[in-house]
Design a protein. Structure first.
Length: 281
C-alpha cells in the first residue's frame, strides 16, 4: 500500500495517468523463471505482475486501464541491444515512462567468448580480459549509446538499469563477471549521465543469492527489489532536471507476495492472465 500511495503521488498534473513500458531482456521479462515450470526455482510473481500490483493494486485489468494506470511489458527474454528497435514498434501511444534493461545478454556472450578462447586459467583470463577490455567494451559502449538514442527518440522519460553480477558457481565466470560487468556498468552510467537519464544500479541492488532464480535471472525477491526501485524513481525523480542520479535501494519491500493475487498483462498477445495467490514451493 505504501508503494502504491507513493506511485499515486507522482506527477501532480497527470497523477491519474501512468503507463509504464518495460523494454529489454529477462531482467524485466522473467515470468518463465518464476512460474513453476522449472523444478527447484522459487515460485512467485514476475516483475510485470509485481509492478502492475504496485501501480494499480488488486484492480482488474480493465478497471486499471480505464483509470489510466497500467504496465506494458515489451521486454523479451534473451533479447540483445539490437532487438530494442523492434520492441519499440509496439510502444503504446499513452506511454509515460520507459524502463530499459538491456546489455546483459550482450555482456554474457562476450564473457563466454573470452572464457572459451582463453581457457579457464585464472591469470590468463584476467590478463586477457584487461588487455581486450578497450576493444570489447568500447564496442559495447558505442552500441549502448546508439540504443539509448533510439529509445529517447520517442520523447518519453526513461530510466535505465545496470547489470547485476550474476550468481555463478564457476570461479572463472565470477572472475569475468566481476571485472567485465564493472566495465559494462561504467559504460552504461557514463552514457546515461551524458543524456541526463536516471539509473538503477542493479549491481548494488542484487546483494544476496536469493535475489536470483538461477545464475542470471531475477527471483521473485530480486524482482521485488527491482520494482521497489522503479517505483521510487518514477515517483521521486525530476525528469525535467539535468541530472543523472544513480539509485540503489538494496532492501526488499514490505509486501508479502505469497498473499497477493497478482495479474500479469501480456501486451504482446493482448492476453490478461489471472493467477492464484503465489506461494513458494
Amino acid at each position: 500500500q505504501l508503494l502504491r500511495r507513493t506511485m499515486d503521488k507522482a506527477g501532480a498534473e497527470n497523477e491519474r495517468d501512468r503507463t509504464v513500458v518495460l523494454l529489454g531482456d529477462s531482467i524485466l521479462d522473467n515470468a518463465s523463471y518464476v512460474d513453476g515450470r522449472y523444478r527447484g526455482y522459487e515460485v512467485g510473481p514476475c516483475v510485470t505482475q509485481q509492478l502492475q500490483y504496485c501501480v494499480c493494486g488488486e484492480r482488474k485489468a480493465a478497471e486499471a486501464e480505464s483509470n489510466g494506470k497500467r504496465v506494458v511489458n515489451l521486454a523479451v527474454d534473451g533479447d540483445v541491444m539490437s532487438g530494442i528497435p523492434q520492441q519499440l514498434t509496439d510502444t503504446p501511444p499513452d506511454a509515460t515512462l520507459f524502463v530499459l534493461s538491456i546489455g546483459g545478454n550482450d555482456c554474457l556472450r562476450a564473457l563466454q567468448k573470452v572464457a572459451n578462447v582463453y581457457g579457464h586459467h585464472e591469470q590468463a583470463l584476467f590478463d586477457r580480459l584487461m588487455w581486450g577490455a578497450s576493444f570489447v567494451w568500447r564496442g559495447f559502449e558505442e552500441e549502448y549509446a546508439q540504443t539509448l538514442d533510439t529509445v529517447l527518440e520517442k520523447g518519453i522519460p526513461t530510466v535505465a538499469l545496470t547489470i547485476y553480477a550474476g550468481n555463478f558457481s564457476e570461479w572463472y565466470m565470477r572472475l569475468l563477471g566481476t571485472a567485465g560487468i564493472w566495465w559494462i556498468n561504467r559504460a552504461i552510467k557514463r552514457q546515461c549521465a551524458a543524456r541526463n537519464i536516471p539509473v538503477i544500479d542493479l549491481y548494488q541492488v542484487f546483494d544476496h543469492p536469493r535475489d536470483y532464480a538461477n545464475p542470471i535471472e531475477p527471483s521473485p525477491r530480486g524482482g521485488d527489489k527491482i520494482v521497489k526501485n522503479i517505483v521510487h524513481v518514477a515517483s521521486r525523480h525530476d525528469f525535467a532536471s539535468s541530472q543523472s542520479i544513480v539509485y540503489a535501494d538494496r532492501l526488499p519491500s514490505p509486501i508479502d507476495w505469497s498473499a497477493v493475487d497478482c495479474q500479469c498483462i501480456d501486451q504482446r498477445s493482448d492476453v490478461s492472465l489471472q493467477n492464484e495467490p503465489f506461494r513458494a514451493q
